[in-house]
Design a binder for this molecule. Structure first.
Ligand SMILES: Nc1ncnc2c1ncn2[C@@H]1O[C@H](COP(=O)(O)OP(=O)(O)OP(=O)(O)O)[C@@H](O)[C@H]1O
Ligand SMILES: [Mg+2]
Length: 393
């Protein structure tokens, strides 16, 4: 069918033509926004899930929901070993700049910008006075607020002040943190403390985190009360009706349809994983001569889509691994698709656990595997084990 009208969108963070199967999370977020608007205590939200299940696109939807209420938003992507001080400062800078033209008291904005500048200038990584330290803010840095150098205190004060500026206008601020498992431990602890404080003061600012499945344990390792602080939503593969809907709704908008056994075949291939739904849907559309799409079309498209995934989706990640890490992942793959014991992986490699743990740790850092439970590890990328087993040794 006409490739120009192909609606499917495989790609990291690519907005899907239909955000299927996430109604519950969307409804929950609506409630959260409404509660905060009414100064009710509310927990921050954390989305967790493996790679490419749709955390980022759900976060993008949350963002537009907040904006519909005239809230302002900021977003950061955490990186290992990078303090969140600077990224949080620039995210809030963006958010408050958006608020400024609507605000009736410019001195309130200027005061906040002064606090923000002081907060940002405390960043150890950037040279004092540089544009990146001052964020290019031209009001003088405030003193005695958010500038102690202790991130826990400073972040709490900064977020409280940001919330109060938004409250002047009867709106709120949503701060999104992607790849939250990469936030360094001391910063996680500071962030938890700040969220705790905000939830108690009822300030209209919410932190929405997203990250890999072990994020809850990262958070609770740093603050024991984190379980009560965050509302966790785990995002996973789509069930059959949702996966069908993800394919059908966009097709029907283009006047096309799928035969029932074509949908069966697509579900068997994509296994409900959002990225694969898009990838197989896209190739199948291009292969099909006419609507309705048949199982035969899917049969022809399958190997093409799988080939594309092997190169772009799996291959590009495999390439990021060192030889030792690849060896480690291959051993994991041999042991199956469920989480495996790290001791077993070492045994499979015929090595002592201590000698393979550097490879394991660096794979965790690269976000290719995660520890689902103590002593157990699993691939973050769906079907990665299957891909590795299909590779020539
Ligand atoms: N609910 C959904 N319905 C249909 N397609 C979806 C859905 N969620 C995500 N997708 C598609 O899946 C792909 C991956 O989505 P996204 O980048 O949000 O995943 P992610 O969880 O953030 O991945 P990562 O962990 O690598 O950052 C995109 O192509 C997107 O269009
Ligand atoms: Mg993402």
């Amino acid at each position: 069918m006409d490739p120009v009208r192909n609606p499917y969108a495989p790609g990291a963070g690519q907005r899907p033509p239909e955000l299927a199967g996430r109604d519950r999370e969307i409804a929950q977020f609506e409630v959260v926004l409404e509660r905060i608007a009414r100064h009710r205590p509310e927990r921050s939200i954390v989305l967790t899930g493996r790679r490419d299940v749709g955390k980022t696109v759900l976060r993008t939807r949350f963002r537009s929901m907040a904006r519909q209420r005239l809230w302002v938003t900021g977003k950061i992507e955490a990186r290992p070993e990078q303090s969140i001080r600077r990224p949080v400062a620039s995210a809030l800078h963006m958010a408050v700049r958006e608020l400024a033209p609507r605000h009736r008291a410019p001195e309130r904005i200027d005061h906040f910008l002064g606090v923000l500048k002081a907060f940002s200038m405390r960043s150890p990584a950037t040279p004092k006075g540089s544009v990146s330290a001052t964020l290019g803010i031209d009001v003088p840095a405030a003193r005695g607020r958010a500038d102690s150098g202790d991130l826990e205190i400073d972040l709490t004060e900064l977020l409280t002040d940001a919330a109060s500026v938004a409250a002047d206008l009867g709106v709120g601020i949503a701060l999104f943190i992607d790849e939250m498992q990469d936030v360094p431990a001391p910063d996680v602890s500071a962030l938890c403390a700040a969220c705790h404080e905000l939830s108690q003061s009822g300030g209209p600012l919410i932190v929405v985190g997203a990250g890999l499945p072990h994020l809850p344990s990262v958070l609770s390792a740093s603050k024991s009360y984190s379980e009560r602080l965050f509302r966790y939503a785990s995002i996973d593969r789509l069930d059959r009706p949702a996966a069908d809907y993800a394919l059908l709704a966009p097709a029907r908008r283009e006047g096309a349809d799928f035969e029932a056994d074509a949908l069966d075949a697509l579900y068997a291939a994509a296994d409900g994983y959002p990225y694969f739904v898009q990838a197989y849907g896209k190739v199948t559309w291009d292969v099909a001569a006419a609507s309705p799409v048949t199982a035969k079309d899917v049969q022809v498209a399958g190997p093409v889509a799988a080939g594309e995934l092997a190169v772009g989706f799996f291959g590009s990640r495999y390439e990021r691994a060192t030889p030792a890490e690849r060896e480690y992942m291959r051993a994991m793959a041999v042991l199956g698709d469920d989480p495996v014991q790290t001791a077993q992986v070492a045994e499979e490699l015929g090595r002592k656990p201590s000698s393979v743990s550097p490879a394991r740790d660096s794979l965790i850092k690269k976000g290719l595997i995660y520890s689902s439970e103590r002593g157990l590890i699993a691939f973050t990328v769906p079907h990665f084990g299957r891909f590795l087993r299909a590779q020539p040794a």
